[in-house]
Design a protein around this ligand. Structure first.
Ligand SMILES: Nc1nc2c(ncn2[C@@H]2O[C@H](COP(=O)(O)OP(=O)(O)O)[C@@H](O)[C@H]2O)c(=O)[nH]1
Ligand SMILES: [Mg+2]
Length: 365
């Protein structure tokens, strides 16, 4: 189980530049190698201050941050939903991801052609979103035909599914994504998930701005921000070219450079952190043997399931979890001090792991 963010957008908006910069960051964020899985997919570490503090406290020979997978999806063009260009391949790829990072070009560059000739970020967003909407309408159309047949054949359970499909179709017809449809029950949410729609996925708009406009204050950046706000979507700015150059520097040089540009933290780290929070994921830590590691799980994951994140044997043979909150470990100074003080809690398989927990799983092999 992993989580994947798909970088999407029109051609020449900076998707690959951003993907490569993200991949380069991985190289120095762990003592384990973070490899590119396939040419267009890479694991990117979620670097956050707690892991760094734990590593300096424990000084383990090995450590590794949990990762989010990023996929550089082929550029989308008008007509993709009808199979134009790499249409089908593109849509097939984004179907597999958990969240869409929709890159919108706001940088001028006379050497790099814009597919439509001029910079029109809001129209660009719409071009991409329309293709996703059309693809979903097509999916729903096919599903409706199938479901109606099954209902006629006596499968009355599917009547609810059909009702939800109709509600979603209505939204799509008005240009609204499936994620905007308010769902009343867990059952409705389950049906929506099963429909596997592209516009049901969370979206994060990423304005790829000029070097001189890192805060996205230009009118182009503002337009995207406004649009994202109206959709209730997340919005971030970065300069792909700049991040790509920074990612090639050594760490000290990077810090210096960021100070000059008054970039508080790496925009790429901010991007990964936003993906984590948007997907409602939390982090827990293990300090076992020679390694300190962080792990990412969805909120409200039970201890036994969380153990399975590390190894299926640990889930199967789960006995109990010994748990310590991050802050308590830091104030105690070490795991053994915390144990002496009686701070370590014994939790069963139903315990819901909390963000920042440090967990030692006990299991039968
Ligand atoms: N000026 C400028 N050029 C950029 C920026 N990001 C990407 N580019 C350039 O735009 C071109 C297309 O970028 P690429 O990442 O291949 O776009 P993709 O087709 O979306 O993957 C490359 O020549 C990049 O160097 C940026 O932030 N500023
Ligand atoms: Mg590309």
């Amino acid at each position: 189980m992993g989580f994947t963010a798909g970088i999407i957008g029109l051609p020449n908006v900076g998707k690959t530049t951003i993907f490569n910069a993200l991949t380069a960051v991985g190289a120095e964020a762990s003592s384990y190698p973070f490899c590119t899985i396939e040419p267009n997919t890479a694991r990117v570490p979620f670097t956050e201050h707690r892991l760094q503090t734990l590593v300096s406290l424990v000084a383990p020979p090995k450590w590794a941050a949990a990762t989010i997978q990023f996929m550089d999806v082929a550029g989308l063009v008008k007509g993709a939903s009808k199979g134009e260009g790499l249409g089908n391949q593109f849509l097939g790829h984004i179907r597999t991801v958990d969240i869409l990072i929709h890159v919108v070009r706001c940088f001028e560059n006379s050497k790099v052609a814009h597919v439509e000739g001029v910079l029109t970020p809001v129209a660009d967003m719409e071009t991409v979103n329309t293709e996703l909407l059309l693809a979903d309408l097509e999916t729903l159309h096919k599903r409706t035909i199938k479901i109606k047949k099954l209902i006629r054949g006596g499968d009355k359970k599917l009547i609810d599914t059909l009702k939800i499909i109709e509600r979603i179709e209505m939204a799509l017809d008005q240009g609204q994504p499936a994620r905007s449809v308010p769902l009343l029950t867990g059952e409705e949410a389950r049906i929506l998930k099963e429909l596997d729609l592209l516009t049901a996925k969370e979206v994060l708009y990423l304005a790829n701005v000029d070097e001189g406009d890192l805060q996205g204050q230009s009118s182009l950046g503002q337009q995207i921000q406004q649009q994202a706000l109206e959709e209730g979507a997340e919005f971030l700015t970065l300069c792909g070219d700049l991040e790509a150059s920074i990612s090639e520097m050594d760490p000290e040089e990077q810090d210096q450079f960021r100070q000059e540009y008054t970039l508080s933290a790496s925009s790429l780290e901010r991007l990964v952190a936003t993906v984590v929070s948007k997907l409602k994921l939390i982090v827990f830590y293990t300090i076992v043997g020679q390694a300190v590691r962080s792990w990412i799980i969805p909120e409200n994951t039970a201890a036994r399931k969380a153990a399975g994140r590390i190894h299926t044997d640990m889930e199967k043979g789960f006995i109990k979890a010994e748990v310590l909150a991050y802050d308590t470990l830091i104030s105690a100074g070490s795991w053994s001090d915390a144990r002496q003080e009686g701070f370590i809690r014994q939790e069963g398989k139903h315990y819901l792991v909390q963000d920042g927990d440090i967990v030692l799983f006990r299991f039968n092999v």
